[in-house]
Design a protein around this ligand. Structure first.
Ligand SMILES: *Cc1c(COP(=O)(O)O)cnc(C)c1O
Length: 386
């Protein structure tokens, strides 16, 4: 029996341990210290984002986004039904209404034409999710939002770039194309500090508000810069600042981002090459990457033609030692959405796509033996379909 291949494995080294030890021995442990500031500066410069704030998660960055945009009761925010709960929770927690739209078959990203159909006078924002680290269709979204603007609506774009650090739309980094970008540094993402995130924006007013929201709704940051002589409560906010200990882990991870990226890319390309014959025989559908997208190889997935083949195939892969898995159960069908949002429209395409999806193990250390692993996957497909 060949070795069991887990779905994900952290790219860990001594660097993280040494970075943490340094902070534990020498520095303060609370957030917004020298390490956190260095990471924010690094991310700003690398991504070309004017303002960057580290957060305790992408979930919290999304919550911050809804607070700074002043989303509240009566406001609608359009997002794909195929996303993580945090995208929708951020809206619900402010009393707003998530409106779920279809994704496209080619790349499982938000379908701009379906967004257009769901815009109403109450629409305040759209949250494209860059699934698998592949850019959403901004040309399509900009066209749709421009039409809405002519109709009198000003709609913000908040990018859920949780999976998309380092990926681009043309030559712009994801997270910096819309009004606000939200990143995740969770264990499952390409770069991780366990739990962490970032909020980026190029807008001065949104950045000023974000700084206050993140400082528990105070102007403490302005006070620390000497701009005001005492700090006070200025609005809603919470505690979204990660400790220096986590920032130290993040800094160590970011220093090896090229190595991590290259290894992931090689795993992704090998799966794609080895599984191509299975696509040619009509058994599976491989992911497509649009010309404008430069992905960060966050996820490798494929789809089966018939949804009834998905679960048996997942079992066959597990039996062959491959920890393959499905992904999101679309949110519009969740018990919570049905009980709180009333008549949520069906999204037949999203449901079909979610039910036909299989994700394969993808982590940097896999690059040494990816030929063998990809062949093993291919063998399972041959045995199943042939
Ligand atoms: C991982 C993920 C999140 C949540 O990130 P956390 O840092 O764990 O809060 C949100 N949206 C998407 C699309 C994700 O993949």
């Amino acid at each position: 029996m060949s070795e069991f291949i887990p779905f994900n494995r952290i790219c860990r080294g001594l660097e993280e341990l040494e970075a943490v030890q340094k902070v534990m021995e020498e520095g303060s442990w609370h957030g917004d210290g020298p390490v956190g500031k260095r990471v924010e500066t690094f991310l700003s410069q690398w991504l070309g984002a004017r303002h960057c704030f580290l957060t305790t998660s992408c979930t919290h960055a999304l919550e911050m986004a809804m607070i700074v945009l002043d989303i509240g009761p009566g406001d609608e925010v359009i997002m794909p039904g195929f996303t993580f709960v945090s995208t929708a929770n951020a809206v619900c927690m402010r009393g707003g209404t998530p409106v779920f739209a279809e994704i496209r078959e080619a790349d499982l990203n938000l379908d701009p034409d379906d967004v257009a159909r769901r815009i109403t006078p109450a629409t305040r924002a759209v949250i494209p999710v860059h699934y698998a680290g592949v850019s959403a269709d901004f040309d399509g979204l900009f066209r749709v939002l421009e039409d809405a603007r002519k109709g009198g609506s000003k709609i913000a774009i908040v990018e859920d770039a949780a999976q998309a650090l380092g990926a681009r739309w043309n030559d712009r980094f994801l997270g910096t194309v819309g009004d606000i970008g939200c990143f995740s540094f969770h264990d499952t993402k390409n770069i991780t500090c366990g739990e962490g995130g970032a909020f980026v924006t190029g807008d001065e007013e949104l950045a000023r508000k974000a700084e206050q929201v993140r400082e528990k709704g105070t102007n403490r940051s302005a006070f620390l810069r000497g701009e005001v002589d005492k700090y006070t409560w200025v609005g809603p906010g919470s505690s979204y600042i990660p400790s220096e200990i986590l920032s130290a882990v993040l800094e160590a991870q970011l220093q090896k981002k090229e190595t991590i990226q290259q290894a992931r890319e090689s795993v992704w390309n090998t799966y794609r090459r080895v599984l191509e014959p299975a696509e040619e025989r009509g058994w599976i559908l491989l992911p497509q990457v649009p010309g404008y997208a430069r992905p960060n190889y966050h996820i490798f997935y494929f789809r089966v033609q018939r949804v009834q083949d998905r679960n048996p195939l997942l079992r066959a892969l597990k039996n062959a030692g491959i920890d393959a898995t499905f992904h999101y159960v679309p949110l519009h069908n969740s018990p919570w959405a049905r009980s709180t949002l009333g008549d949520v429209p069906a999204l037949p395409r999203t449901e079909q796509l979610a039910d036909s999806l299989i994700r394969l193990p993808l982590w940097p250390g896999l690059s040494d033996r990816i030929e063998e692993v990809a062949e093993r996957v291919h063998d399972v497909l041959i045995r199943y379909f042939d």
